[in-house]
Design a protein around this ligand. Sequence first.
Ligand SMILES: Cc1cc2nc3c(=O)[nH]c(=O)nc-3n(C[C@H](O)[C@H](O)[C@H](O)COP(=O)(O)OP(=O)(O)OC[C@H]3O[C@@H](n4cnc5c(N)ncnc54)[C@H](O)[C@@H]3O)c2cc1C
Ligand code: SF4
Length: 443
Amino acid sequence: MAGKHHPPEVRRATLADAFAPLKLQWAVAEATRCLMCDDAPCQKGCVAGVDIKKFVRALRTRNVRLALSVIREANFLVATCGRICPQAELCEKRCSATGLAKPIAIGELQRFVGETAIRERMRPTFPPPRSEAQVAIVGGGPAGLAAAYYLRGAGIVADLYERRARVGGVPMAGIPRFRLPRDLLGAEIGFVAEGGARVIHEAVTDLGALADRYRALFLACGLGAPREAGVPGERLAGVWIADTLLELVNLGEDTRGGAPPRFSGRTVVCGGGNTAFDAATVALRLGSDEVVVAYRRSEVEMPAWPLHRGFAVEEGVQLRLLLLPREIQGEEGRVVGVGFQRAELGEPDASGRRHPRPVDGAFESIACRQVVLALGNHPSAGWEALSLEAGASGPRVDPETMETSRPGVFAGGDLVNGGATVVQAVADGRRAARAIAQRILDE
Ligand SMILES: Cc1cc2nc3c(=O)[nH]c(=O)nc-3n(C[C@H](O)[C@H](O)[C@H](O)COP(=O)(O)OP(=O)(O)OC[C@H]3O[C@@H](n4cnc5c(N)ncnc54)[C@H](O)[C@@H]3O)c2cc1C
Ligand code: SF4
């Protein structure tokens, strides 16, 4: 395998898949490098608890079906997480082979299994339903879908409420399609719908009524609205909120009926998280000649994963650090630049990261034709109506069962952790499903 992505000059010109295809021959050779460690430290690094050693062993003997069932047992989004999990920070970081050469490419092996399964239509099978209409799930992102999938595996058909026209949550609406093609994600999500979860496209406004109507309620609504910069000029033409831009490019035909916008000249993206780098690589593909990501702290404090940053930098995205946006400049109602105040690093703040301190009198402007704001999201709202005890971000939950302080109401995913990963959301959904199924089927 020369590299997991197509070369940057090829991929940056198109919204098409950025990943190079994988072959069985490569997968068998890579699996054969595995040391089959007794203690399998890789598995301890997997948030979903996939039995990595077992699925890798199955691949050594070309048994893709067995590898698939081992992964699905813990994580039904096999191809999706094979692509977008930060494996370098999780399972691969713990891999013993790292000391000898390089870690086993666990993520790529999982991607190979997931993509083979979709191509060859290896659908999961479920037992006959034992219970219906007793469980409601609010939110059709990875957490809600995982709960529906694993409940179905236990014979329970849940009602899944999703406010968007398409289920899939952020992976469908936010993660760019060149990192995660829609047909691939759609196929893995389709396994849930085909399996018998009842999907109801409706924005739930009265959680209390739902909690009263169903025996169990799983809240998986993700994060709230995006933050604004709070600086003059945010309403100028050419200023985009990253979430809106990403959703338009991903789902335009489904949600707004519009084609993606065309960009030109320079685009400035304000932010330093994964969303900022996704917006930056999308801005390149929309026609920007140049894309600059401007972040208010240094690279050390940047929340975006190194691999994600590297993907964007390889494509030519530039980084400017220690810049605080102060105004978005415009002419005749259209953006022409961003005014920044320079910053230096001060003491650590509540997040534990060093705080950016403005430098008196140090200002600079970056001329541009588009600005994208990727400044994070507000915490989710709505769940307070259920009078649940609060945790660090959303409702407080029992980490084993994901049950909140109100019996029968469960919660998971970004709503609870303030924004993490797809695999964490899947793990939460599965944990909640197990606890709910045990309760319903034992009674
Ligand atoms: C741009 C971007 C890139 C990312 N890249 C990665 C990555 O590469 N790898 C990774 O692991 N993670 C990534 N993440 C994080 C990951 O997408 C999230 O952690 C994950 O999607 C959380 O899943 P969830 O189910 O909790 O919430 P979400 O995915 O947000 O899903 C929540 C769902 O609930 C629905 N909903 C909300 N309120 C209601 C209501 N009242 N009624 C009905 N439906 C409702 C929403 O429409 C949505 O579909 C990224 C996030 C962003 C924003
Ligand atoms: S830690 Fe690495 S080498 Fe050891 S079992 Fe896991 S994948 Fe194989």
